[in-house]
Design a protein around this ligand. Structure first.
Ligand code: SAH
Length: 214
């Protein structure tokens, strides 16, 4: 069931009070029903600002963190965007309203299959869902204007830095997987130099190499 007016108002109010103020991001999130991306048993918590478990031992992120990361990515309508860590497909669906072309990759086929079905059902035709190890990026489609990593790396992965266009932005949680991590915004200058800005503390599942078992 889509959110009722009260739930939707509360959802957007919470996003704003937690710092998601970019109108384009808020509109994209308003258009993306989070209830369609969580499993049935968690349906009653879909519009609360909490992460929830999804298949393959992963999680759908907290909406305010999704909003802040999307806002930091500053996606322009003509941008080609890579998301590493499809998970439920929720973040990719939001990005589809902001960029021109979205590639999203996850190491669990079980997750990409479901995410693909949801994205198709919503008629979002500018999203390509792929199965694979996204820590190597997507050399065939590179370079990207924007890259969002939604799993925690020990360092921003080198192949992803290399696949960012000059002038591009990458948002990535960095740190050990069993502790608090820092959300980092990496900006690549026109001359190819990197600037790193620490945005806030976050907690994400780890970026793991290789394909998942399901
Ligand atoms: N963005 C997702 C939540 C991501 S949870 C959403 O909107 O629901 C993090 C995801 O990263 C998990 O699904 C996990 O399988 C994936 N992941 C971890 N390491 C990966 C890797 N090397 N390549 C691709 N995906 C990876």
């Amino acid at each position: 069931m889509p959110p009722d007016a009260e739930q939707q108002m509360q959802f957007l109010y919470t996003l704003r009070t937690r710092g998601v103020t970019d109108p384009r991001v808020l509109t994209a999130m308003e258009r993306t029903d989070r209830g369609l991306f969580v499993d049935g048993i968690f349906a009653d918590r879909a519009y609360q600002d909490v992460p929830l478990p999804i298949a393959s031992g992963q999680t759908i992120s907290q909406p305010s963190v999704v909003g802040l990361m999307t806002q930091a990515l500053a996606v322009h309508p003509r941008d080609k965007v890579l998301e590493v860590g499809t998970g439920s497909g929720y973040q990719a669906a939001i990005l589809s309203h902001l960029g021109r072309r979205i590639y999203t990759i996850d190491r669990h086929r079980r997750l990409t299959r479901t995410a693909q079905e949801r994205i198709e059902a919503l008629g979002l035709t500018n999203v390509t869902v792929m199965t694979g190890d996204g820590s190597h990026g997507l050399p065939d489609q590179a370079p990207f204007d924007r890259i969002m990593v939604t799993a925690a790396a020990e360092d921003p992965p080198g192949p992803l830095l290399a696949q960012l266009k000059p002038g591009g932005i990458m948002v990535v949680p960095v740190g050990q997987s069993d502790s608090v991590q820092s959300l980092i915004k990496v900006t690549k200058s026109e001359s190819g130099q990197f600037d790193y800005e620490e945005l806030r503390e976050v907690r994400f599942v780890p970026l793991v190499e290789g394909l998942g078992s399901d």
